[in-house]
Design a protein around this ligand. Structure first.
Ligand SMILES: Cc1cc2nc3c(=O)[nH]c(=O)nc-3n(C[C@H](O)[C@H](O)[C@H](O)COP(=O)(O)OP(=O)(O)OC[C@H]3O[C@@H](n4cnc5c(N)ncnc54)[C@H](O)[C@@H]3O)c2cc1C
Length: 410
C-alpha cells in the first residue's frame, strides 16, 4: 500500500464522472450500495461536441430503472426522427417513415440529444441521490488485493473500497494500474464530425439521411443526423484529403452549405476529425476480482451503430448487478465468481460490438471490389426491389441489435 493515510472507507469507488461512471453509481445506489465517484476534472468543466446523440432504448430503460424519471427526462428533451433516407450519388434509393416511436410503450426505440445534456441530467440524478462526487482530483494509484482495493488520487487522498469501477475513459489510469492493455486497430481514413445549430424558425424535416458519394461533397460519403437543437454532419474523408484543412472554418462551412443548405454555412458549433479506433482491453477485471473496467476504459468502437456510450451503460449496469451480488455473497469464491462472470460477459459483449462496428467500417472504407460492385448494383436495382435499397440504408451501421449475451436482460 502507498504511503498516504486512508481517509475513507466505501464499498465502491467509481473512477470517472462521464456517462458510464455516473450510470454505474446510479445503478449501485439503486441497489442499495453506497458509492463515491472520483473525477479528474472540475465540476464546471466544458465537455466537447455532441458526441453520443443516439441513445438506445436499453440505455433509456437502464437509466429509468436506476433513477426513476431519468430515462423519461432524456426522451422529453430529445427528438425521435421517424424517417430514414438514403441517396446514391444524389438519387434517392430508400425512404421509410415509421408511424410511431416504437419501443415498449413506455420508452421509445431511441432518442436523440447531445451527450452534454445526457450528462447534465445524469449529474442532477447523482446529486438527487446524494451520491458523493470528489471533483478535480484524478485517480492515480489503484492497488488491489484479495481483501479489497486501495485508491489514491493525485492530491494524495486515499480510499479503501471493496470494489472499484474504472470508468475513466479512453486514457484510463485504472486500466493501466491493473495491467490491462488495449489491443486492436485504427480506421484507415479520417472522418470529420461537425455539430450544426438548427434554426428555431423553419427547421429542416427531422430525418436521418445517408449519402453515398455525395455529388456536392466531391463524392464523399455524408451522414446527416438530427438531434435536439442541431444536426450531426459526418463526412468520410478520401485518402487524398487533408482532414485538418477540411476542418478550417471556410472549408467546413462550404461542406455544410453544400450538404445541409446554404443557410447553415455559419452555423457550425463544433468540428473535429477522427480516425476511429477499434480496441478492447485484454481483460475487463483485475487479477483479484476487485476492479471492473466499464465503457471507454475497456473498449473503443467506431461510432457506426452508436455502440460507444450505449455499450458503456450496459457495462455499468452489469457491473452494478455483479458487485451487489458479490457484496451480498456468503463465500469469497461466490463473490469472485460474480466478478469473473462480469469479466467474461462484458469482454464477449465488447468483442461482438467491435465486430459489428468493424463490419460497418469495412463496408464504408474497404476497397473490396465485391462490396463496391454490390453497392452499385443495389443502387440500380433499388427503384424496383425495395430490399436492395434497404440493404444500402442499413449497411453503414452494421448489424441490428446488441451482443447476444445481453439479449433477454429485460
Ligand atoms: C464524435 C463522436 C460521436 C459519438 N457518437 C456516439 C453515439 O451516437 N452513441 C454512442 O453510444 N456513443 C457515441 N460516441 C461515444 C461516446 O461519446 C463515448 O462512448 C462515451 O463518452 C464514453 O463514456 P465514458 O464514461 O466511458 O468515458 P468518458 O465520457 O470519456 O468519461 C470518462 C470520465 O473519466 C474522467 N477521468 C479521466 N481520467 C480520470 C482519472 N484518472 N480519474 C478520475 N476520472 C478520470 C474524465 O474526465 C471523464 O469525465 C461518440 C463519440 C464521439 C467522439
Amino acid at each position: 500500500m502507498s504511503g498516504s493515510d486512508v481517509q475513507a472507507d466505501v464499498p465502491v469507488v467509481v473512477a470517472g464522472a462521464g456517462p458510464v461512471g455516473m450510470t454505474a453509481a446510479l445503478a449501485l445506489h439503486a441497489r442499495g450500495v453506497d458509492v463515491t465517484i472520483i473525477e479528474a476534472e472540475p465540476e464546471d468543466r466544458e465537455r466537447p461536441g455532441s458526441r453520443a446523440i443516439y441513445v438506445h432504448k436499453d440505455t433509456l430503460r437502464t437509466l429509468e430503472d436506476s433513477s426513476p424519471g431519468l430515462g423519461h427526462r432524456l426522451v422529453d428533451n430529445g427528438i425521435i426522427w421517424s424517417t430514414r433516407r438514403t441517396l446514391f450519388r444524389g438519387t434517392e434509393v430508400f425512404e421509410r417513415t415509421y408511424p410511431d416511436a416504437g419501443g415498449d410503450g413506455d420508452l421509445p426505440h431511441f432518442t436523440s440529444l447531445p451527450q452534454v445534456w445526457t450528462e447534465e441530467y445524469m449529474l442532477d440524478a447523482v446529486e438527487d441521490a446524494g451520491i458523493d462526487v470528489h471533483w478535480d482530483d484524478g485517480v492515480e494509484i489503484v492497488e488491489s488485493s484479495e481483501d479489497g482495493v486501495y485508491v489514491e488520487t493525485e492530491s494524495g487522498e486515499g480510499w479503501q473500497a471493496e470494489y472499484v469501477v474504472g470508468a475513466d475513459g479512453a486514457g484510463s489510469t485504472v486500466r493501466k494500474e491493473i495491467g490491462a492493455q488495449f489491443d486492436g486497430t485504427e480506421s484507415a481514413n479520417s472522418f470529420i464530425i461537425a455539430d450544426i445549430a438548427e434554426f428555431e424558425e423553419d427547421p429542416l424535416k427531422q430525418e436521418r439521411i445517408f449519402h453515398y458519394d455525395h455529388p456536392n461533397a466531391d463524392g464523399r460519403n455524408v451522414l446527416l443526423v438530427p438531434f435536439q437543437g442541431g444536426w450531426r454532419v459526418d463526412i468520410q474523408c478520401k485518402e487524398s484529403d487533408d482532414p485538418e484543412y477540411l476542418c478550417q472554418d471556410d472549408q467546413i462551412g462550404e461542406l455544410v452549405a453544400n450538404t445541409l443548405g446554404e443557410r447553415y454555412r455559419d452555423r457550425v458549433d463544433w468540428v473535429s476529425q477522427y480516425k476511429f479506433k477499434q480496441v478492447i482491453a485484454d481483460r475487463m477485471i483485475d487479477e483479484h476480482n476487485r476492479v471492473l473496467l466499464a465503457g471507454e476504459a475497456g473498449h473503443l468502437f467506431a461510432p457506426f451503430g452508436a455502440r460507444g456510450m450505449n455499450s458503456g451503460v450496459a457495462d455499468a449496469d452489469e457491473a452494478a448487478t455483479r458487485i451487489t451480488a458479490a457484496l451480498n455473497a456468503r463465500f469469497e469464491k461466490t463473490a469472485d465468481a460474480e466478478i469473473k462472470y462480469y469479466g467474461v460477459q462484458r469482454l464477449k459483449a465488447a468483442q461482438y460490438n467491435r465486430r459489428a462496428a468493424g463490419q460497418a467500417l469495412e463496408y464504408l472504407q474497404g476497397d473490396s471490389p465485391v462490396t463496391k460492385t454490390k453497392k452499385l448494383l443495389a443502387s440500380k436495382v433499388a427503384p424496383y426491389y425495395e430490399p436492395a435499397g434497404e440493404w444500402l440504408d442499413d449497411a453503414p451501421y452494421g448489424p441490428h441489435g446488441g451482443p447476444p449475451v445481453t439479449i433477454g436482460q429485460y
